[in-house]
Design a protein around this ligand. Structure first.
Ligand SMILES: Nc1ncnc2c1ncn2[C@@H]1O[C@H](COP(=O)(O)OP(=O)(O)OP(=O)(O)O)[C@@H](O)[C@H]1O
Ligand SMILES: [Mg+2]
Length: 571
């Protein structure tokens, strides 16, 4: 008999459920998305015991015909796409035809539904694998899906459920995200019979106010910028709206809530000059683009996306946000003050000086800023001419003009250095003269205490200095001058979420990218020519320096021929 067996259908669904149905909140997300896809204008959610006992979603959408009810529960059955072409341009929240089948395999699920033109509603009940017969029922047009006793037949998964309050908290978060994305739809949330949120159909600004609080609305600026094929809208919190934790950051791509590194990074960049220390920006932002420009089929729960033209999305989001936030930057000139014009003048006169500030930024290993030796030999990236808007370096080489994105380039350099450090055992540490102290939650303190060794490997010496306080005594040498507290927070979050072993192995690149981002020279820093030349030389010596840690290019060559063409010369 063969040792390899085809898995039974129920087990296949339960395995798939492992990806999609992590906890009650993930069930709620799928049911709410189905209601929105059905064109609902009012949706009511009723939860019992944090959703573990019961999750019910009622809508007034288009309903499901009796004949379609068994298909709604079947795996790989969907009314939303039919071809690869449809998938590539998908505009609905669902498209995998998998959610209801997965949920049904680990719960007691029933659907009561009625199409607007049907004489009556129909109901079907499903328990694990066994679907009952379809029976007539009473209901107005629309659909009610009830999911009871989640994981009743998979005890191992049931053990992972947390307290009722925690599970309800996750459900509430999912509810709010979806309600934020569709202010035109009315939503009600009930828990254990009590109404906990009641939202009428309203304007986007009213909805944000209702869910994020009026304080946020008052301390935020409206963003609405259309560009070729892209549009960013929503509300961006000013520094006054910033919070201690990064839990008020909402990004929606074509109406779908996503966690996306690229977008988060663009936002971080936009806020970099406004916020420092431990404050995290708050925002609710909607990015709209042609569905063909974004792949939503990269994650089972569809919370991650991939952009076709990542670089322009990143630039667009960053610059749009920066512009929107600019007036408040003038009110609170945080970081600009530390760079005097003298440095700029010095730079443009070409005075070669090991610039202390830059060295501090780049870390102690960075000390070859002497420009005397330059000019004798030819360097592929040439010599710096000027800095453009604090973002780009313009340099001249044999072929013509070189344009460098200085933050992206520096990030790559730091990342490669960190990688070398780690390959050799541990990231080089540097003791801090004054320990950086940060407020932390009990869980963060515990994570730090339990993971001293891996943290040290990553260049951080962290110890509890109080029940809700951590002190950082040493930080990666390459990061001196960077935001040590923010870095510590990020690393603790990664370790808590994925475990130290995973973070140091399969997630090493993500981790190093996060670290490098904290270390890298910020946009809007004025660099002297010597500093710029030093950066160019480092780029030449760094592996993979042609693209940054996010895959975007770090520099471009415009040849003299390109420029001649631009000016219609030599024809
Ligand atoms: N509330 C609802 N109102 C109307 N039709 C629904 C509703 N919920 C589900 N359906 C129908 O059942 C089908 C299966 O739903 P299911 O959530 O399993 O898959 P999907 O939404 O197509 O894709 P995904 O697995 O990505 O969510 C849907 O394609 C839709 O036709
Ligand atoms: Mg669905």
């Amino acid at each position: 008999m063969s040792r390899i067996q085809v898995l039974p259908e129920l087990l296949v669904s339960q395995i798939a459920a492992g990806e999609v149905v992590e906890r009650p909140a993930s069930v709620l997300k799928e049911l709410l998305e189905n209601s929105l896809d059905a064109g609902a204008t009012a949706v009511t959610v009723s939860l019992d015991e944090g959703g573990v006992k019961r999750i019910q979603v009622e809508d007034d959408g288009e309903g499901i015909a009796a004949a379609d009810l068994p298909l709604a529960l079947a795996r790989h059955a969907t009314s939303k796409i039919a071809s690869l072409e449809d998938l590539e341009g998908v505009a609905t929240m669902g498209f995998r035809g998998e959610a209801l089948a997965s949920i049904a395999s680990v719960s007691r699920l029933s659907i009561v539904s009625r199409r607007p033109d049907a004489a009556h509603a129909n109901a079907v009940h499903c328990e694990g694998e066994i679907a009952g017969t379809i029976e007539p029922a009473a209901r107005a047009a629309g659909t009610t899906v009830t999911v009871g006793d989640l994981y009743f037949n998979t005890p191992a998964r049931r053990k992972f459920l947390r307290t009722e309050a925690t599970e309800f908290g996750h459900c509430d978060e999912v509810f709010c995200r979806i309600a934020l994305s569709r202010p035109d739809v009315a939503f009600t949330l009930k828990h254990n019979g009590r109404v906990s949120r009641l939202l009428r159909a309203q304007t986007p600004a009213e909805r944000v106010g209702a869910l994020m609080g009026e304080a946020f609305s008052a301390a935020s600026v409206a963003v609405d910028a259309p560009a070729a094929g892209l549009r960013l809208s929503g509300l961006a919190g000013t520094p006054q709206a910033a919070t201690a934790r990064a839990d008020s950051q909402y990004f929606f791509v074509n109406g779908r809530f996503v966690r996306d590194r690229l977008l988060a990074h663009a936002a971080r960049e936009a806020y970099a000059e406004l916020l420092h220390g431990e404050r995290a920006p708050a925002y609710v932002l909607f990015l709209a683009l042609d569905p063909r420009g974004v792949d939503v089929n990269v994650h089972p729960a569809k919370t991650e996306v991939r952009f076709r033209d990542a670089r322009s999305v990143h630039q667009f989001v960053m610059h749009t946000l920066k512009r929107a936030l600019a007036p408040s930057a003038a009110e609170a000139p945080v970081a600009y003050a530390s760079f005097s014009n003298d440095r700029l003048v010095q730079g443009s006169l070409g005075l070669a000086q090991p610039a202390a500030a830059y060295q501090a930024f780049m870390g102690s290993s960075f000390n070859s800023l002497d420009s005397k030796s330059q000019g004798d030999e030819q360097h592929p990236l040439g010599y710096a001419l000027a800095q453009l808007h604090g973002i780009y370096i313009l340099a001249q080489n044999e072929a013509g003009l070189v344009l460098v994105d200085m933050h992206a380039a520096h990030e790559r350099i730091v990342m490669e250095k960190l990688k070398k450090n780690l390959d050799a055992g541990a990231v080089q540490r540097q003791s801090l003269l004054v320990p950086a102290v940060l407020r932390a939650e009990a869980l963060e303190v515990a994570t730090a205490e339990e993971n001293r060794a891996p943290l040290e490997q990553l260049g951080l010496e962290v110890a509890a200095s109080g029940p809700n306080e951590l002190a950082v005594r040493a930080a990666p040498a390459l990061l001196a001058g960077g935001d040590v507290a923010a870095l510590t927070r990020d690393l603790l979050r990664e370790i808590r979420e994925f475990g130290a072993a995973t973070v140091l192995s399969s997630r090493q690149n993500e981790l190093l990218a996060t670290m490098a981002c904290h270390a890298a020279v910020r946009a809007n820093r004025i660099l002297s020519l010597a500093e710029m030349n030093a950066l160019l030389r480092e780029m030449e010596e760094t592996e993979r320096s042609g693209s940054c840690n996010h895959g975007r290019p770090t520099w471009y060559q415009l040849t003299l021929a390109d420029l001649d063409k631009l000016f219609l010369r030599g024809r």
